[in-house]
Design a protein. Structure first.
Lengths: 120, 496
């Protein structure tokens, strides 16, 4: 069986659970606020999602993991927000106008330029 | 709302010239640090925000091919190419501040059709105003919605330290937030990379770029109909990024290769291609990488030239031109109802008291000189009439009219390079007439009972062969058709 995979932020959240389980959900909210900089709503949303996926459980407001840390790996998310909206609000317009993505050929050409650059 | 739209259009025209000027200077500054180019855009922002400006001989608009005489005829502080009352003008009249272009526009606007209930220009104005409003709101909503979506997507970003967060949804680092900005980084940057990136983003924050950019976007929402404003926004963003890149380079030393590679990895780190809806020249990453590779520590020589040029251009682009003394301050229809003879004199009007010039001779001479060279000009005329000696009138008549006097009529005389327009308000009604020629007549009165010995008249006519004698004859003749269309604008009498 393939190792179970989580995206980086979910993994960090699970790490908080692994380190502190069993943990009262109220306490988990505080831990996440401190360690991850999360709002209460973010913590609950993520907890609910991971419970549904079977990584954790929330029994009578006590949270614990269902899968040990060594079985889980992270993967790089394929969904980049600023693919569409390049960063800070109006930057999406820069993406709109400038097309921030490079073609493979352009990337290769730039790579060559950088490599050829001698740092004097 | 329509008046506001006209104001926006006027500001948009001035700003377009400033954008063009900034773009040209940017080319000259190509080798200089990009912070100068970035700073130049503030002149554009100023022109887009503020309709008024100070006057200076160093103004960009004092240079060829500009001639802002007509644009300043409604007020020196604001450049008005399109008059507020365009919708109700019988002969709509606009200028763009460049005589050659003015000549092309002249006559292309539909004249008021007396039979139709609405002026065609008025209809176009209404449609334009609605389109403008709709576009503005749509773009604003688009901006706000995408901001909220992005913000929500970043809610599970992981706090690194202070204001720095990691998120797997971030492809390349950026700053977000209007009041308390946060820096978002992708996961997995090594220590060096993170240091470069943070230096770049922290410089954005220090310079308040995270506020400048949304404000610039707000301006773009207002001026969305002007393609040059989109171009300006795009170029400004690029200058903003490049100047931050240069800041990193100057504080970190020889890191061009590493930093360039880092940017390249952000840009080419993509899982699925997105075709850009509006491919626009070179992509900005490409420009940035090239800029990084070409970067050299600026020499004091370049720095000083850049600073001086920058200040000069900023001043020239922000200032309004000083031209032939424009006599007009506020539009005619906005003059206060008790506008006095004294005020007219102080405002530099050419003042005639009981048909004889008493003030503003030099303004008039300047007007004649300007129009004599075929250049557009405008001047404000004030005609003051008193009743004089009561014994000249029948007592009943005197009683009836004495409260109406003294009277003051204020008119604007404008020459657009082709035609003379005289206009003024009578009973709140705009009366506007156009003539081809401004004729000068000098001589002695024919009547021996005249109270003056010499006259000097300037008269608007449509016939440059007509004599004053013929005009006078038409005035007194009862014969049908003897009347010659004319408008006496200037009288200087030498009394016996």
């Amino acid at each position: 069986m393939d190792a179970l995979r989580l995206c980086e932020s979910d993994y960090r959240f699970m790490s908080v659970i692994w380190e502190n389980e069993p943990v009262a959900s109220r306490e988990l909210v505080e831990l996440c606020a401190e360690k991850l900089g999360w709002k209460k709503s973010t913590t609950y949303t993520t907890l609910k999602k991971l419970c549904e996926k079977g990584f954790a459980q929330n029994a009578d407001t006590v949270v614990s993991s269902l899968i040990p840390q060594n079985k889980v790996q992270t993967y790089e998310s394929e969904r980049f927000v600023e693919r569409t909206f390049e960063g800070s609000l109006p930057q999406f317009l820069a993406a709109f106008l400038g097309g921030k993505t490079l073609s493979d050929q352009e990337a290769a050409e730039l790579k060559r330029l950088i490599d050829a650059h001698s740092e004097g | 709302m329509e008046t506001l739209f006209i104001k926006i259009l006027n500001m948009s025209i001035t700003a377009s010239y400033v954008i063009a000027a900034v773009m040209i200077v940017r080319l000259l500054l190509q080798k200089a640090p990009k912070k100068y180019s970035y700073l130049l855009w503030s002149a554009v922002a100023f022109r887009l925000c503020c309709p008024l400006s100070f006057q200076s001989v160093f103004s960009l608009f004092n240079m060829k091919p500009f001639d802002m005489t007509a644009a300043q005829s409604y007020g020196k502080e604001a450049l008005q190419y399109i008059p507020d009352q365009i919708g109700t003008m019988s002969q709509p009249n606009i200028t763009v501040g460049i005589p050659v272009a003015n000549a092309m526009i002249a006559g292309s606007l539909p004249a008021a059709t007396p039979t139709a209930s609405v002026n065609p220009v008025q209809i176009w104005l209404s449609i334009g105003t609605i389109l403008w409003g709709v576009g503005m709101v749509a773009l604003l909503i688009f901006g706000i919605v995408s901001y909220i979506r992005l913000h929500r997507n970043l809610s599970n970003a992981i706090l690194a330290e202070g204001i720095v967060y990691y998120s797997e949804k971030v492809r390349s680092p950026f700053v977000l937030g209007f009041i308390r900005p946060k820096i978002y980084l992708p996961f997995g940057l090594n220590e060096n990379m993170q240091r470069f990136v943070l230096a770049h983003e922290k410089y954005h924050i220090k310079r308040l770029d995270y506020m400048i950019k949304p404000l610039a976007f707000l301006l773009l929402c207002v001026y969305w109909f002007n393609p040059l404003c989109w171009l300006a926004f795009f170029l400004m963003s690029k200058d903003m990024e490049m100047s931050c890149d240069e800041k990193v380079l100057s504080s970190e030393g020889q890191i061009q290769k590493a930093y360039g590679t880092l940017l390249l990895s952000f840009a080419s780190n993509r899982r699925f291609p997105v075709p850009s809806p509006l491919a626009f020249g070179e992509s900005s990453v490409k420009m940035r990488i090239k800029n990084i590779l070409n970067w050299k520590k600026p020499t004091p020589w370049i720095t000083s030239i850049g600073t001086v040029l920058c200040i000069a251009v900023l001043a020239a682009c922000s200032a309004n031109p000083t031209l032939t003394k424009s006599t007009t301050g506020i539009p005619l229809n906005q003059l206060q109802s008790d506008y006095s003879l004294e005020q007219a004199k102080n405002d530099g009007c050419v003042v005639f008291e009981d048909n004889d010039i008493t003030s503003g001779q030099s303004e008039w001479d300047a007007f004649i000189k300007q129009t004599g060279e075929g250049k557009p000009a405008s001047i404000r005329l004030a005609y003051y009439y008193t009743l004089g000696d009561p014994s000249q009138y029948a007592p009943e008549l005197y009683e009836e009219i004495k409260d109406d006097y003294p009277m003051l009529y204020v008119k604007d005389l404008t020459f657009d390079g082709e035609l003379y327009t005289i206009e003024g308000y009578e009973d709140n009604q705009l009366i506007s007439k156009q003539y081809q020629y401004l004729m000068k007549y000098e001589g002695q009165p024919q009547s021996s009972t005249a109270i003056f010995s010499n006259y000097l008249y300037y008269v608007l006519t449509n016939d440059d062969t007509v004599t004053w004698g013929e005009i006078e004859h038409g005035l007194f003749s009862s014969q049908f058709g003897a009347w010659i269309d004319h408008y006496l604008v200037y009288t200087d009498l030498i009394f016996k």
